[in-house]
Design a protein around this ligand. Structure first.
Ligand SMILES: *Cc1c(COP(=O)(O)O)cnc(C)c1O
Length: 419
């Protein structure tokens, strides 16, 4: 359910016609619906009503400060995966006591930053990381709160690039090694074990892998408790999928009701790290048609957004629905929707049935709120696009379009080259 709808023959975001926003900020731009974001967060959060829980928004899916503040205002915490994300989370107003720090390669300075900020916990992903955190905490005269990210070796049946809970993935500590890792952690003087963590992957459209993981974790937690190691937090990660095309992922209520019983039996505070399911369908990418061209084989729609703005189609072969902003009856044609970047992998859609569009018209690339802007780059020296949030009839630019000057910030030509 979202607030991108046709009214009077034109796609709107909440009460604002999209052409009006394009006139104001130019194209391309990301467009987020405030009401959709609020709704998605609240629905997800309410699904776990009745058990102690904390929803830590996984900010790598979309790390704009305005979104962070919005979820913070709704009571959310944040899941961060780098020092930069921790900085953003704090800048966005997140309560450090509600921040969890995940990631397979935390540097010492990042660990120190997390300890200084007083975050809820580090999700530790290797034996060496346990030692490193212990060392940093010792130097700072602190005790670092940790949970161990367990790799339960479960096939989440999603795209190989976004499955994370299998033996061949780099993430977490193998579930068979986990008891030993906990024992090591319990012997390190500057660590305080508080939880257990796992994250299976992203865009999961089935609850079964979550249930399976919980069963495995449950056995482990029982064993740990038997050995005198207390576990207070159960972090189930994120990964719940969304509908891009014809996927039918469980509704958050269905997801929750299928795992609640299992979760209750842990007697833990539940932590969830949803990203995509909150923001994915709350954001779209608006682009303008620049040219059309065709040969005997192909018809191309050349638009002003490209793989540097939204990399998912090129990177994962992902499907995004593409809608014309003006709705009118016209002939359908099969097109490749491509951008200006000098790569054959630069496409937003291939072989897509679309109404015949003319240069100057606007298109909406749907379901682009997650892993859209946050994965954008400056490739081909393209300034990153603007981000806009609509609330009812208000237009808020939450990140202005980059300028050419932004492209060379920090660069320097050595003296010897200009002599
Ligand atoms: C990416 C990630 C998430 C969020 O995944 P979504 O599929 O966007 O919900 C949560 N936790 C961790 C550790 C992650 O790496």
């Amino acid at each position: 359910m979202h607030y991108f709808e046709y009214k009077h023959g034109e796609l709107h975001c909440e009460r604002v016609p999209i052409s009006k926003i394009a006139e104001k900020v130019g194209t391309p731009f990301y467009l987020y619906s405030y009401r959709t974001l609020v709704r998605h967060f609240n629905v997800f959060n309410e699904a776990f009503e009745g058990i102690p829980h904390l929803v830590c928004y996984s900010m790598k899916s979309n790390s704009n400060l305005a979104l962070i503040r919005l979820f913070v205002n709704l009571g959310g915490g944040v899941d961060v995966v780098s020092g930069g994300e921790l900085f953003r989370a704090i800048s966005g107003g997140a309560d450090p006591k509600k921040i969890v720090f995940s990631g397979v390669g935390k540097r010492e300075d990042e660990i120190e930053y997390g300890l200084k900020a007083g975050i809820l916990m580090f999700n530790v992903e290797s034996l060496m990381e346990l030692q490193t955190i212990n060392g940093v905490a010792g130097r700072m005269n602190k005790k670092a709160p940790i949970s161990i990210r367990v790799n339960p070796d479960i096939d989440a049946k999603t795209h190989p690039y976004i499955t994370t809970g299998m033996k061949q993935n780099k993430f977490g500590i193998d579930i068979l090694q986990a008891p030993m890792a906990y024992r090591l952690a319990s012997e390190l003087p500057h660590l305080k074990i508080i939880g257990i963590d796992c994250h299976l992957g992203s865009q999961l459209v089935d609850v079964e892998p979550f249930v399976e993981a919980l069963k495995k974790l449950r056995t482990l937690v029982d064993d740990l408790r038997g050995g005198g190691i207390e576990i207070h937090y159960l972090d189930l990660g994120g990964g719940l999928g969304i509908t891009y095309n014809d996927e039918e992922p469980p509704h958050p209520y269905e997801y929750a009701s299928n795992i609640l019983e299992e979760i209750r039996s842990f007697n833990c505070t539940l932590i969830l790290e949803p990203g995509r399911v909150i923001v994915g369908n709350a954001g779209i990418l608006i682009s303008k048609v620049l040219y059309t061209k065709e040969n005997e084989e192909k018809r191309f729609l050349i638009v002003d957004a490209a793989m540097n703005d939204l990399v998912r189609p090129s990177y994962y072969g992902s499907f995004h629905q593409i809608l014309p902003v003006r709705e009118e009856k016209r002939e359908e044609v099969v097109v490749d929707v491509v951008g200006p970047v000098c790569e054959s992998a630069d496409f937003l859609a291939k072989g897509r049935n679309m109404p015949r569009l003319n240069p100057g018209e606007l298109i909406a690339v749907m379901s682009a709120g997650a892993y859209g802007f946050s994965m954008a780059t400056n490739y081909n020296s393209r300034p990153r696009v603007a981000e806009v949030m609509i609330r009812d009839d208000e237009i808020h630019v939450i990140r202005k379009r980059e300028e050419y000057e932004d492209l060379i910030r920090g660069e320097e030509i050595p003296e010897f080259l200009v002599r």
